[in-house]
Design a binder for this molecule. Structure first.
Ligand code: PRX
Length: 632
């Protein structure tokens, strides 16, 4: 097990060591894992290409580090506790030994179905224990999983299948979410009309809704594992073998497949989990994310299980059947570390204290936040009413691309500060630069957040398009990884994330590219052109505001707006549905034809101060019209 940092001076010492002797530092951390063959070099890197490798020529399997490494001591300890959507349904606890056997069995079942090392496997599943088993079984046999959030549309699913040329899909008949039963297999069937590579679909029975099964291609999960051995020898993976792909939105077109590799991801997932949350054996840890996001990968499945933790998986939503559900679950399992998103905190805060008061919440030691900046008001509410003033809030800043938390307080060890992610974890060398790439040294500065030295769990490439990876992350500022976030380092040297500086909107902690939403809107036959911007939203952090030039013939404005929203929901998924649509006759453009989003952002946020000079626009009159149309 990893040695945790326990004191502030310990943090300072460890941080110093990690930057002055990174190889020695990470080599020592990696020693606590089980390697089938030890690495012969800790790191090699070049941010120009980019080419980053960690623990070179090391051989391992991450599931051996979860299971074989822990079974002797932790075999009977709960690994996963699953809480169903419906509180009257029985919960499920899987010990490390049970999870191990189920993982091995499903690994064998996948092999029997012809899925092998290196094959890409899409996991499109609800939050059930089998989703974690699916991920672990892929890891066990060296298949590359790409989990797709089950709220994504058939179209988004198809794009991802095509991009990674997936061979198999692991899915379910349906999904229970709150009061709804959502068809899942039917969405897969629809996606498959557009794809050609899928040879196998394994379908878990969850809701018992009727589904179509195609002979020879589709098989039920329970049939696939019937009579299959629960013993399996883990595949030997190279440190730099592809571990998983996770698609995420960027500022351009389609989502890209962020690629993580085996060795570095494993080391950083456990290191960051154990330290940030200060997990102690016997604690019960709960992260409310979905496994479709990186948070679910690193901090429901891999980080906690590598650390031998008990990790809760919740199938439902925070407000079902009542808005005290989260707190009820905290008390039910005596949760010690609770990790959620600001959007959930704000949504629950809006219900007032009545739903919180019936619960003791006295088991909580650490509470966490992830996915978007947490505003001070939500921070204080969380701190006072959930943490009861005694739990440090770990405001963890990181990204799909970083694989693990890079900036965060270490619970109870380093200080917290409302709305600040505070300090980098050991090994994380940040740099703030201005728009020209000049380093902004010292404290009291604000600029673009970059990282100047590799960390083990950083992305290695974007699947099938290395140049895109270089362009997106390594070309804005020479020799640096650029995060896309703006940041402030205050007078005490603490970091506060200010939000994206690119065309990415963060809606309820989910990343959406404005271009991606625009492309979807433009699919509507009545839309001629559109522009999408983010605006401040009380609950979601940011909402989506779409301006669209349309042909209104045969439609009312109201009906067309609704159709546009539905189009986006259908093409990307409900999470990308615009909150507001404004039909306009033109969009403000520069003389070179570029849309002036700055102006649209001002209108969307109802802030007409400092509109800047609009006289240089190609069509200055349109601005007045847009302002009027927005009711301002
Ligand atoms: O803008 C930052 C925001 O979420 C982005 C990363 O999104 P994604 O890859 O979907 O990963 C989310 C979960 C790790 C970042 O570029 N973000 C994430 N955490 C924080 C945050 N913004 C402010 N504070 C945070 N703690």
């Amino acid at each position: 097990m990893i040695q945790k940092i326990q004191t502030l001076s310990g943090y300072i010492h460890e941080y110093q060591k990690s930057i002055t002797q990174p190889e020695e530092f990470w080599g020592r951390v990696a020693e606590s894992f089980h390697w089938q063959q030890k690495w012969d070099q800790v790191v090699s890197w070049d941010f120009e290409k980019p080419d980053v490798k960690w623990f070179l020529n090391g051989k391992l399997n991450i599931t051996e580090n979860i299971f074989e490494r822990h079974l002797y001591t932790l075999g009977d300890k709960p690994a996963i506790i699953w809480e169903p959507n419906d509180p009257s349904e029985a919960s499920i606890t899987l010990t490390y030994r049970e999870l191990y056997e189920k993982t091995c069995q499903f690994a064998n079942a996948m092999l029997e179905q012809g899925i092998q090392k290196g094959d890409r496997v899409i996991i499109y599943m609800p939050m059930v224990p089998e989703a974690a088993i699916a991920m672990l079984a892929c890891a066990r046999i060296g298949a590359v999983h790409s989990v797709v959030f089950a709220g994504f549309s058939a179209n988004s699913l198809a794009d991802r299948i095509i991009d990674c040329q997936a061979k198999a899909i692991l899915t379910s008949d349906g999904n229970f979410r709150g009061t709804k039963t959502i068809p899942v297999k039917a969405v897969v069937d629809e996606a498959l009309e557009k794809t050609r590579t899928i040879e196998k679909i394994i379908v878990l029975k969850r809701t018992n809704i009727e589904v179509t099964m195609k002979e020879g291609r589709d098989i039920w999960w329970h049939e696939a594992i019937e009579g299959v051995s629960t013993a399996h020898q883990a595949e030997v993976m190279d440190s730099e073998d592809l571990f998983f792909i996770l698609y995420t939105s960027g500022s351009t077109g389609k989502p890209k497949g962020v690629v993580h590799s085996c060795g570095g991801y494993m080391v950083y997932a456990e290191y960051s989990f154990a330290n940030v949350f200060q997990y102690s054996q016997g604690d019960v840890y709960w992260c409310t994310a979905d496994i479709g996001w990186i948070t679910g990968h690193s901090y429901i499945v891999y980080g906690p299980l590598l650390a031998g933790a008990t990790s809760i998986m919740f199938e439902g939503v925070p407000t079902h059947p009542h808005p005290g559900r989260f707190w009820e679950i905290v008390d039910k399992y005596k949760v010690n570390q609770f990790y959620t998103a600001p959007t959930a905190i704000r949504a629950l805060q809006a219900y007032g204290l009545d739903p919180v008061e019936p619960y003791k919440l006295d088991s909580l030691k650490v509470i966490g936040s992830v996915g978007e900046p947490i505003n001070e008001e939500a921070w204080h509410w969380y701190h006072d009413h959930i943490g009861k003033g005694k739990c440090p809030i770990v405001d963890t800043w990181w990204q799909t691309e970083t694989g693990g938390i890079l900036i965060s307080p270490i619970a109870g060890v380093t200080p917290t500060k409302p709305a600040f992610a505070t300090l980098p974890l050991p090994g994380v060398q940040l740099m703030i630069v201005d728009n020209e790439g000049n380093e902004l040294k010292g404290n009291g500065v604000e600029g673009n957040l970059c990282v100047k030295f590799p960390w083990p769990s950083m992305l290695r490439t974007t699947y099938g398009d290395h140049e895109r990876c270089r362009q997106t992350y390594f070309s804005s500022f020479k020799g640096l990884y650029f995060t896309g976030d703006g940041v402030k380092r205050d007078h005490d040297g603490y970091y506060r994330i200010l939000g994206r500086v690119d065309d990415v909107i963060n809606v309820s902690g989910h990343r959406m590219g404005t271009a991606e939403v625009e492309n979807a809107i433009n699919e509507h036959p009545k839309v001629i052109e559109s522009a999408v911007v983010g605006y401040p939203h009380d609950i979601k952090g940011q909402g989506i505001y779409a301006f669209a030039i349309c042909d209104l013939e045969g439609r009312t404005e109201a009906s067309l707006k609704e159709e546009i929203k539905q189009t986006v929901s259908k093409i990307i998924g409900p999470i990308a549905k615009p909150d507001q649509v404004q039909i306009v006759s033109g969009l403000p453009k520069t003389r070179s034809g570029k849309i002036m989003r700055r102006i649209l952002r001002k209108v969307a946020s109802k802030d007409l101060n400092n509109m800047g000079d609009t006289s240089t626009l190609l069509n200055p009159d349109v601005v007045e019209e847009i302002i009027k149309g927005a009711g301002l």
